[in-house]
Ligand binder design. Sequence first.
Ligand code: FE2
Length: 340
Amino acid sequence: MQKLKKIIFSVFTCTFLLNVNIPANSTEKEVKVYSGRHYNTDRSVFKKFAEETGIKVRLIEAAGISLIERMKREGKNSQADLILLVDAARITNAAKAGLLQSIESSNLENDVPVGLKDPGKEWYALTRRVRVMIANPKVVDVSKINDYTDLADPSLKGKVCLRNRKSPYNQSLVANQLINKGELATKAWLSGMISNVSKPFFPGDIAIIRAVSKKKCGVGIVNHYYVARMLAGVNGRRDALYAKKTEVLTPNPAHVNISAGGVAKYATNKNEAIQLLEFLASSEGSKGLAAPTFEHPLKEVNQNQIVKNFGEFTPDGVTVEELGEKNSLAIRLMKDAGWN
Ligand SMILES: [Fe+2]
């Protein structure tokens, strides 16, 4: 059993040592990164950093939630120096769990806009993603769907598809509505929208885009980059054809979420971790992470035409810190409304 567990564990977590040319006179500096950003393209950004600084990057990738659980389990024995996570809910929960430490960096303060960083200096955003609606114009009247709240309209009965409650992406969207519209309005929205849902709830955003394309639903909520990736053919030709049958509807203003990083509480290579975090949040680093994943860098929008075709977006001004504060209330209201 123990052996089986070991095998399963190693399937889901993989360690990479990025081979770079370390300058001959440098001491063996390194930084160990636990990353919940599951994108191969991040490795070229780490490689660039390693080439510029001579600091070796050891990368351990896993899904966001298991990284947090793993760090809690490891405690002081954790190898992690720098933690990268996707979604406001995950990074703020990591801070709440005492897994990160406060750092001083004027570079990070300058490079990361207000609202996208922790006032306690434990985490900083690196990229941005927009939660958009995806619709099939052959199933629903897209001119009547402008905001997340429109998904509660009784005319959409049986036509709304949603990802399950466990997804931090939706938890943060509900937290966002709590801040923007208040608790009463959010409860009414949830109750209306959930009564429109075509069940079961979906395991992921890509499955929702496929279902909307196949007319199994009329409209759903997903992160914008999933649609972009499908359109670009990253997931294969069939997914590109599916995505082409759908339309992205961006609310104005829109809920904007982040991927973010923070230095681990028990980092043994703290200075190197700060250096890498600074590099990732810099204009070059943030663009390097965001461009190939179709996310948006911190201060600009993704220049890929596929993403540009989704139209401009205006962030609604809710801070990541606020999203974290409302996370548990959001989960409770989702449960109460029957969001499984
Ligand atoms: Fe994602």
